[in-house]
Design a protein around this ligand. Structure first.
Ligand SMILES: [Zn+2]
Length: 315
């Protein structure tokens, strides 16, 4: 996250420099500003120290007249009073990040979301995958799929509120929406300000393999700690990679550590349960699936093919 105080000071300095350069071209503006400044001080003095309301009124009038002159002068030179304001990214909170103490600005929430998203390892395209654009009509049983999507929405909400004790295992062939559905859950969790890590199984296993041979383990320790403790871990495409016993064992340990901490995970795989058991053996499959709800994403053909056919039928 950026340092907002420092950036605000920078922007204020830039604004002062901008005004100084305008003054060089328009000395009359500088004189007017100085006079307005002096009259303002005089007015405060008259009000607070002398309690002289008559003098205050006169000064107030003079200031208003000077400001009208200034407005005219700025207008003649193609400007307005906005030159005195730094160019804030968010005029709403002037880049403070909060509207008032304790009330965060939407720009701060967006920045935090961007930051969380960036650190999640999800691709930019995955950011567009939501529950609303997940189309259930392509599935073999659309009503059943609607129910599953509803379950996933609840799942995301529970993770947001830290009350989730379940995990999710998605199986289905290529192009059956597994990545879309897990990204929709991940996006929902991120929007709640929670942390997500998304990794393809092959990349995760590579990381574990490297860790085994790495001498300087500090960096890896940090990464593994994030994998253990992030609010949601998504492992995509399990079963596509070549595995060794060591790597699978490490995966199981990771999942068990997360289960122990009540931290949910999602695994998606092109393999069905039988194939998982064949690939990883009974005991391992048991340990992986122990706490998971199992969803099979079933459709006669991939979404891409179904959509292409629809487009063709339009002509
Ligand atoms: Zn703001």
């Amino acid at each position: 996250m950026r340092n907002r105080d420092q950036l605000r000071i920078q922007k204020q300095q830039q604004c002062e420099e901008k005004i100084a350069s305008i003054y060089r071209q328009l000395p009359e503006l500088e004189r007017l500003d100085q006079t307005i400044g002096q009259k303002n001080i005089a007015m405060i003095r008259a009000g607070i120290m002398q309690k002289n309301t008559e003098a205050q009124k006169i000064l107030q009038n003079e200031i208003e007249n000077l400001m009208k002159q200034r407005h005219q002068l700025l207008k003649e030179n193609g400007m307005d009073e906005s030159i005195y304001e730094p160019e804030w990214d968010c005029p709403h909170c002037q880049d403070r990040g909060y509207i008032e103490p304790g009330v965060l600005c939407s720009c701060y929430q967006k920045e935090r979301l961007d930051d969380l998203f960036l650190r999640s390892g999800m691709s930019e395209a995955m950011r567009g995958f939501t529950f609303s654009n997940f189309e259930t009509r392509y599935y073999t049983n659309p009503a059943d799929m609607d129910g599953k999507v509803q379950w996933c929405r609840q799942f995301a909400k529970q993770i947001q509120s830290g009350e989730c004790s379940q995990c999710l295992f998605l199986t289905g062939g290529v192009g059956r929406g597994k990545t879309h559905l897990s990204a929709a859950i991940a996006n929902g969790v991120l929007e709640g300000g929670k942390t997500v890590i998304y990794r393809r199984a092959a990349d995760l296993f590579e990381l574990i393999r490297q860790y085994r041979y790495e001498e300087n383990r500090q960096k890896f320790e940090e990464m593994l700690e994030q994998l253990r403790t992030c609010d949601l871990l998504v492992i995509d495409d399990l079963g596509a990679e070549r595995t060794t016993e060591f790597v699978v064992e490490q995966l199981v340990i990771l999942l068990e550590e997360r289960n122990y901490r009540n931290k949910p995970w999602i695994i998606s795989s092109n393999l069905n349960i039988n194939e998982i058991i064949q690939t990883y053996n009974d005991r391992t499959a048991d340990r992986i699936l122990d706490r998971a709800v199992l969803f099979k994403l079933d459709m006669p053909e991939s979404i891409r093919v179904a959509k292409a056919k629809e487009r063709m039928n339009q002509f």
